[in-house]
Structures are given as C-alpha cells and as structure tokens.
Design a protein around this ligand. Structure first.
Ligand SMILES: Cc1cc2nc3c(=O)[nH]c(=O)nc-3n(C[C@H](O)[C@H](O)[C@H](O)COP(=O)(O)O)c2cc1C
Length: 228
C-alpha cells in the first residue's frame, strides 16, 4: 500500500505528488459463533483478544464475521458438485457460491484469525461448522499428495477463544466427551496450522463464582498473549 503525498516545490514554484510505500498492513479475521449475545463468554474473550492485538499491531486491518446474525447455510450437494462439474447455477446457488468464495477469501488473506468458539452439545455450534465447511476446500487450504493430505494454509496465526459449561481437561471424568477443542485442533492441523493458540474459559455453567474466575483467567491469558 502507498500514501499519495502532495508537496510544494519552492524552486519550481509548483505542486507535486509522490507515492510513499507504507508498512504492509496485517490482516485479522475475527469470527464469533455464540448464540448468547451479550451474555456470551466466548464473545467477550474473542473481543479482548482483538483489542489486545489492535493495541500491539499498528495498522491492523480487522474483518468481523458474526455467524449468528449472518449465518451461512449448510453446505449443499449442488455447491460441492459445482466445484468439479461445469454446471448451470440457479440464482440461489450462485449467491451461495459467491458468499462461500467471500468467506474463503477472508480466511486466505488473513494473517491472524481469532475465533470465539462456544461448546454446544460437546462440540462446536453448527454455525461454526458451516464456516469450517467453507474453509476446508481442496486445492485452496489442503491438497492430497503422494504421502497423503498436505495443509496449504501454513503461516497463519490462529487464536481460539473457547468457552464451555463444564470441565474437560485431561484426567477429568468428561475428558473423553470433549469434541470441540480437539476437533478444532484437527481442522486447523489438517490445513497446515498445527499449533493454534487456545484460551479456555471453562466451568461457566457451574456457578457465578466459577464463571467469574474462568472469565478472569481467560482475560489474563489474553493479556499474556504475544504481541505479534
Ligand atoms: C445449547 C447449549 C448447549 C450446551 N452444551 C454444553 C455441553 O455440551 N457441554 C458443556 O460443558 N457446556 C455446554 N453448554 C454451556 C456452554 O458451553 C457455556 O454456556 C459457554 O459459556 C458457551 O459459550 P458462550 O457463552 O460464548 O455462548 C451449552 C450451552 C448451550 C446454550
């Protein structure tokens, strides 16, 4: 990106313009998926992550996508078929395809991706699954080679702000029922991002004291995030 600068040349007594290159902007994609609006913990924590990075990174260009106010449809058979066949698109499919293209481009062009991810029924909300279905696209974010799948989205920083009602840490009775953090690790690992940074607020449904403690712990983890 360049800045157009206007200056007066006193020798020639004229006005000139020059282009000065600026430092490249970092792009951040912020996704929220909680249905609980202002009462959402994952939204609060993902907001704090973005605020922290805005503070730390000059010229951060943030794109926000709320998957509950503007939900993506379930991936349709026609959508998948249109990727490999030269077929007619009716208007509904055309709109679905161009929204999917926009969602994928947002992801591909982002340097940093921040996702507010609540646990619903042991896994991610279906709104977030519809987004994942637009991101995992062969030839764009992964490909199959002679040795198996290879991720193509390497180099992005992904930060997951996770909230869940109970406790699912290693060694807890519910550990085997955790299909959300493990699922998201698999998704991002598959496309070449093996180590997303994960901030967890858990025990949210246990009671007000634990909720408060979990939120404070998560916000402290946000404050400790590396700047860039
Ligand atoms: C529909 C629904 C399903 C839920 N299912 C689970 C669950 O399976 N396990 C769990 O620990 N908490 C569950 N919870 C509690 C949420 O994980 C908890 O409220 C968390 O804070 C949700 O994130 P949010 O506040 O950002 O929406 C559920 C909550 C809702 C609304």
């Amino acid at each position: 990106m360049c800045l157009l600068v206007r200056f007066v040349d006193s020798h020639l007594n004229s006005i000139s313009h020059i282009l000065i290159p600026t430092v490249n902007e970092m792009k951040l994609l912020h996704i929220d998926a909680s249905i609980l609006g202002d009462n959402s913990v994952s939204r609060r924590v993902s907001d704090a992550v973005v605020a922290r990075l805005r503070e730390a990174i000059p010229n951060l260009d943030v794109t926000y996508r709320d998957l509950t106010t503007a939900p993506l449809s379930h991936l349709s058979g026609a959508n998948v078929a249109s990727r490999s066949a030269n077929m007619e698109h009716d208007q509904a499919l055309q709109e679905e395809l161009s929204l999917g293209h926009q969602v994928l481009e947002e992801f591909l062009t982002a340097d940093i991706v921040v996702i507010g991810a609540p646990m619903y029924n042991f896994t991610i909300p279906s709104q977030l699954k519809a987004w994942v279905d637009r991101i995992l696209v062969a030839g764009k974010t992964f490909q199959y080679g002679p040795t198996g799948p290879e991720g193509l989205a390497k180099g992005k920083r992904v930060i997951l702000a996770i909230s869940r009602g109970g406790f699912y840490g290693a060694g807890t009775p519910n550990a085997a029922a955790e299909h959300m953090e493990t699922y998201l690790r698999t998704v991002f690992g598959f496309i070449g991002i093996p180590a997303p940074e994960i901030i967890v607020a858990e025990g949210i449904a246990v009671g007000p004291d634990q909720r408060q403690k979990a939120i404070e712990g998560a916000l402290q983890a946000v404050a400790n995030l590396r700047a860039a």
